[in-house]
Design a protein around this ligand. Structure first.
Ligand code: UD1
Ligand code: UDP
Length: 379
C-alpha cells in the first residue's frame, strides 16, 4: 500500500511526523512525503524535519508564497504530476492550509482516495481562508479523521455519512508527547534571561490581526503593555514581520525593553518555552491545542475558534486584540495558575489509530481490484 502524505506549512510537519512513523510501523505501507514548499524558510520548514525526525521529503514542489489563487493553483499543477507518477493508493492531507485543499482537489479528481486528518473543525467564519479550505476539503475527501467532539457534530450537521468519519484524537498531541522530554533538555530560559512561570510567550500570524496597520498598532501597543508586566518572548512569523516592517512598527517593537523579539524558533525550543510560560498569547490554531494539553493558560486573540474544546475543557480563552484588556487578563492570570483538562483521545496515539483504520480499509484493496479486473471474461 502506498500513501502520499502532503505537507506545506509549519503546522503540517508537526502533524505528519507521527502519521508517517505509524504508517511505516505497519510494515505493509510505503509512506512518502510530498512537501509543497508553501513554507520554505529554514526556520519555517527544514528545522522541523530534523527535530521531528521526518525523512527528507520524497518530493519538493517549491511552490512558495503568492496570492491564494497562485499558491493553490501552483500546488495543484505540481502535485498532479506527482500523483500521476506515483499512482498512490491514498493521499493523506492534514489541517486547513492552502496546500491541504489543493492536494485534495487534485487527488479526488484523479479518483485517488483522500484522508483528511483534523477534519470537521469549523470556526463558522468564512472570512478565514482556512475555513473555506476546511469546508471544501471535507466535502470531497473520502475519510475524515476527527480530533474533538465538535468535529463529529459539525460533520453530522453537514450530512456527512458516519462511515466516512473516525474520531481518533489529535496527532499534534502525538508529537508533543513524543518530544516533550527532549524539549526539556534545551537551554532556552537562561540565554533569554527568563524564569520559569514568569514570562509571556506570544505568537501572532492571522491576517485578521497582522495584515492591517490598525491591528498592528494595537499589537505593538499590547506587546509594550505586556512587557511592563512580565518579560515577553515573541518569535515572529514571516507574514507578521513583513507587515510590521512595511507599516513601520518593527522599530517600535525593537525599542520595547522587556520584549524578546525572535525569528521563528524550532519545535523543541517552542515547546520548551510554551510549557514554562505564565501565559501564552496567540492566534495560532495548534498552539490552542498544545497549551490545553500542557494546561498552560492561553489567550487566543480571535473572535472565534474552530477548536472549541480548548475553551470548554482546556485552558484557552478567546479575547479581542485589545491591549488594555489583554494586559489586565494577563495580570489576573498571574494569581490563578494552571487549569483545564485534557480532551478525550489526546493521548499520543492518534496516528496509530489512523494507520489502523487506513490499513484495514485500503491495504490489499488494489490487489483485489486487479484480481477483480481479470475475471470478467478476459482470460
Ligand atoms: C499559512 C496558512 C495558515 C497557517 C499558517 C501557519 C493558508 C491560507 N494559511 O499562513 O492557515 O496558520 O500558514 O504558519 O494556507 N513567508 C516567508 N517564508 C516562509 C513562509 C512564508 O517569508 O517560509 C511569507 C511570504 O511572504 C508569504 C507569507 O509569509 O507570502 C504568507 O505565507 P503563506 O503560507 O501564504 O501564509 P501564512 O500566513 O504563513
Ligand atoms: N511553533 C514553532 N515555532 C514557533 C511558533 C510555533 O515550532 O516559533 C509551532 C507550535 O508549537 C505549533 C505549530 O508551530 O506546533 C503551530 O503553527 P502555526 O501557529 O504556524 O500554525 P497554525 O496552527 O495556526 O495553523
Amino acid at each position: 500500500m502506498k500513501v502520499l502524505n502532503v505537507v506545506g506549512a509549519r503546522p503540517n510537519f508537526i502533524k505528519v511526523g507521527p502519521i508517517h512513523r505509524a504508517l511505516e510501523a505497519t510494515g505493509v505501507c510505503e509512506s512518502l512525503v510530498v512537501h509543497t514548499g508553501q513554507h520554505y524558510d529554514a526556520k519555517m520548514s527544514d528545522i522541523f524535519f530534523r527535530q521531528l525526525e521526518l525523512p527528507e521529503p520524497n518530493y519538493y514542489l517549491g511552490v512558495g508564497g503568492g496570492s491564494h489563487a497562485q499558491q493553490t493553483a501552483g500546488v495543484m499543477v505540481a502535485f498532479e504530476e506527482v500523483v500521476e507518477q506515483e499512482a498512490p493508493d491514498l493521499v493523506l492531507v492534514v489541517g486547513d492550509v492552502n496546500s491541504t485543499l489543493a492536494a485534495t482537489l487534485v487527488a479526488t479528481k484523479l479518483h485517488i482516495p483522500v484522508a483528511h486528518v483534523e477534519a470537521g473543525l469549523r470556526s463558522g467564519d468564512r472570512r478565514m481562508p482556512e475555513e473555506l479550505n476546511r469546508l471544501c476539503t471535507d466535502a470531497v475527501a473520502d475519510l475524515l479523521f476527527v480530533t474533538e467532539q465538535s468535529g463529529l457534530d459539525n460533520l453530522k450537521a453537514e450530512g456527512v455519512p458516519d462511515g466516512r468519519v473516525h474520531f481518533v484524537g489529535n496527532v499534534m498531541i502525538d508529537s508533543l508527547v513524543r518530544f516533550r522530554e527532549k524539549a526539556t533538555e534545551i537551554d532556552m530560559l537562561g540565554p533569554l534571561g527568563l524564569e520559569p512561570g514568569s514570562y509571556v510567550l506570544m505568537t501572532m500570524h492571522r491576517p485578521s490581526n497582522v495584515d492591517r496597520a490598525e491591528t498592528l498598532q494595537e499589537l505593538a501597543e499590547m506587546a509594550g503593555q505586556l512587557a511592563d508586566i512580565q518579560p515577553v518572548v515573541f518569535p515572529v512569523h514571516p507574514r507578521t514581520r513583513k507587515n510590521l516592517q512595511a507599516h513601520g512598527y518593527w522599530e517600535d517593537l525593537q525599542g520595547i525593553s522587556g520584549l524578546r523579539l525572535l525569528s521563528p524558533i524550532g519545535y523543541l525550543e517552542f515547546l520548551h518555552l510554551m510549557e514554562r510560560a505564565a501565559v501564552v498569547v496567540t492566534d495560532s490554531g495548534g498552539i490552542q491545542e498544545e497549551t490545553t494539553y500542557l494546561r498552560v493558560p492561553c489567550l487566543t486573540l480571535r473572535e472565534n475558534t474552530e477548536r472549541p474544546i480548548t475553551v470548554t475543557m482546556g485552558s484557552n480563552e478567546l479575547m479581542e486584540l485589545d491591549a488594555v484588556a489583554v494586559a489586565d487578563r494577563v495580570t489576573a492570570i498571574q494569581s490563578e495558575g494552571n487549569s483545564g483538562e485534557v480532551p478525550p483521545l489526546w493521548d499520543g496515539r492518534a496516528a496509530e489509530r489512523i494507520a489502523s483504520v487506513l490499513i484495514n480499509k485500503y491495504h490489499g484493496a488494489n490487489e483485489s481490484h486487479r484480481v477483480g479486473n481479470k475475471t470478467p471474461g478476459l482470460v
